[in-house]
Design a protein around this ligand. Sequence first.
Ligand SMILES: Cc1cc2nc3c(=O)[nH]c(=O)nc-3n(C[C@H](O)[C@H](O)[C@H](O)COP(=O)(O)OP(=O)(O)OC[C@H]3O[C@@H](n4cnc5c(N)ncnc54)[C@H](O)[C@@H]3O)c2cc1C
Length: 317
Amino acid sequence: MSVLVFIEADNGVIKKSSLEAVTYGSKLGDVTAVAMGSIDGSELQKVGKFGAAKVLHCSDERLNDGVIAATATLIAAAAAEVSAATIVMSRSSLVDAVAARVAIKTNSAVVANVQDLPDTSNGFTVKRGVFTGKAFAYVSVPDGNKVITIAKNVVQLEETGTDAAVEEFSVSFGDADFGVKRVGVHKQEGDILLPEADKVVSAGRGLKGPENWQMIEDLAGTLGAATACSKPVSDMDWRPHHEHVGQTGIKVAPQLYIAVGISGAIQHLAGVNSSKVIVAINKDPEAPFFKAADYGVVGDAFEVVPKLIEAIKNSQN
Ligand SMILES: Cc1cc2nc3c(=O)[nH]c(=O)nc-3n(C[C@H](O)[C@H](O)[C@H](O)COP(=O)(O)OP(=O)(O)OC[C@H]3O[C@@H](n4cnc5c(N)ncnc54)[C@H](O)[C@@H]3O)c2cc1C
């Protein structure tokens, strides 16, 4: 079976979540990847290590801006080029906007926010997250074309292959494909971008005030993690708004999420419950976060966090 995987890059570097989509696609059939905009050939070749034999690369620089309509046209054209009945993409703000458009162009069923590999023992059934991750739905997809968007951390990256063959892929776009133009981008500052971070240290109102955030930054620095916060913390301007995670904030899915002095309200959990391992530090043993956490420390953050930093530093030496 021919499978097409859409891969996204950030500043020319392919996102880890896109490599996860390649690994996912390789479990379903023969993967061709499609990429767009300014990405080096050597960067594209590495997609092969995760299971793609070939990468179709549309290097049109207008696609650097992630224009939704043009991206959908590109993916549909690539699917036609390789006769792919299954298209896999990893969720992102672009993919969330593009998936339904690709489904219409390719006459496909679409299943969004898929959490696991499909059960193919009797047709094609996938598990998808619903109600902001509070529940799952099992969706059976009839025979025919499918567009699957997967959540982060659904599969472990597997380096099994060698470099992929990279081919330039041209698409004749229409005016409507570039009907919307991006005129500016304000990017989060710092080395580690929160939505892509592998580790996140987050803190809430339990920290009492912005003057106490140094220990959170120290813990994040020790672990090589990004920092985040709960909504009230950013509402009170203790931290910048781009750090607020949750239902109304950024959705994160790191390997490790450490929540310090955060109650664990459902609106907060909605943005972090896809994290692989959750550690909650809270002085209240009844705090709801402990129900969602893999590890919990009941204690005062001002005592626990400095000891944690010290212990991590000792283990690193
Ligand atoms: C429509 C809607 C959308 C929302 N969206 C979001 C969202 O996207 N993200 C979000 O975060 N919230 C969101 N909220 C708000 C959410 O409901 C909670 O109010 C919020 O998450 C609580 O933040 P908090 O845990 O930092 O503060 P609190 O609820 O005040 O909890 C502070 C916690 O810190 C603990 N604590 C206190 N002192 C210490 C100490 N010294 N050491 C250790 N622990 C300590 C306390 O035991 C408590 O559990 C939303 C609410 C609504 C209604």
